[in-house]
Write a protein that binds this ligand. Structure first.
Ligand code: PEP
Ligand code: MN
Length: 250
């Protein structure tokens, strides 16, 4: 691997101030991609659902200022065209990996856009490949990055929210027929910040081409979503440095 793909940012876009503090620091670290959800697929309907269009506008402003590439999720087919205007990479969330109507419409309406397809938490390899096939069969021609973000096992939130399937990462990277980039998401796998650093290295060691990591602008900041798994920017800085060292010996 020549250069790891590092994507970092908040779980959800909450304000310009929150995002710009993170983005300026990412730029300083040489991170190329800024993540941040404007439309959030939350487990509980009472939880913060994202700023919607206003969140996309914040991402646009931050991109203009920093030049970072934007990774943001689309959750409804009616928003594909709008989100595509703002996103350099269109994220399809774990919960939507098998939303075949959404996959078909993304194929049709955003054929050139790079996609970050997150593996469903209960999805098999065959189902994951099926979702890629849907995108392609319905017209998608751009790049697709596949993201392993943890699967449902027995961790049950006792020490981790999900379990990182490093076996799948290693398998996909061994698979001669699989030509897509694989990204590890240690944040959603763990659900807690204490595990994020180690899981990143494990994913990269298994062959992942990069990582997507949730961060907060400063230590005491309370994120409206996934606060427990957000790491600080100094921890991210260490991770970015160590990933570069790690890939040299792999
Ligand atoms: C996210 O990236 O913020 C997210 C909701 O991830 P997942 O779809 O993997 O749960
Ligand atoms: Mn999140």
């Amino acid at each position: 691997m020549d250069k790891p793909i590092i994507i970092a940012g908040p779980c959800a876009v909450e304000s310009y101030e929150q995002v710009i503090v993170i983005a300026e620091k990412l730029k300083e670290m040489g991170v190329e991609y800024l993540r941040g959800g404007a439309f959030k697929p939350r487990t509980n309907p009472d939880s913060f659902q994202g700023l919607g269009k206003k969140g996309l506008e914040i991402l646009k402003k931050v991109k203009k200022k920093t030049g970072l590439k934007i990774v943001t999720e689309v959750i409804g087919s009616e928003d594909i065209l709008t989100v595509s205007v703002y996103a350099d990479v269109l994220q399809i969330g774990s919960r939507n990996m098998q939303n075949y109507d959404l996959l078909k419409k993304i194929g049709e309406r955003a054929p050139e856009k790079t996609i970050l397809l997150k593996r469903g938490m209960n999805a098999t390899k065959r189902e994951l490949l099926g979702s890629i096939k849907y995108l392609k069969q319905y017209g998608h021609k751009g790049e697709i990055m596949v993201c392993e973000r943890g699967i449902r096992t027995f961790a049950n939130n006792e020490y981790s929210r999900f379990t990182l399937d490093v076996n799948l990462i290693a398998d996909l990277k061994n698979d001669k027929n699989f030509k897509y980039k694989v990204i590890v998401d240690p944040s959603h796998t763990a659900g807690r910040k204490e595990l994020v650093e180690k899981l990143t290295y494990v994913g990269i060691s298994a062959g992942a081409d990069g990582a997507i990591i949730e961060v907060k602008p400063f230590e005491d900041y309370e994120s409206k979503s996934d606060n427990e798994q957000a790491i600080t920017l100094d921890v991210l800085e260490r991770i970015v440095k160590k990933i570069k060292l790690l890939i040299k010996i792999l």
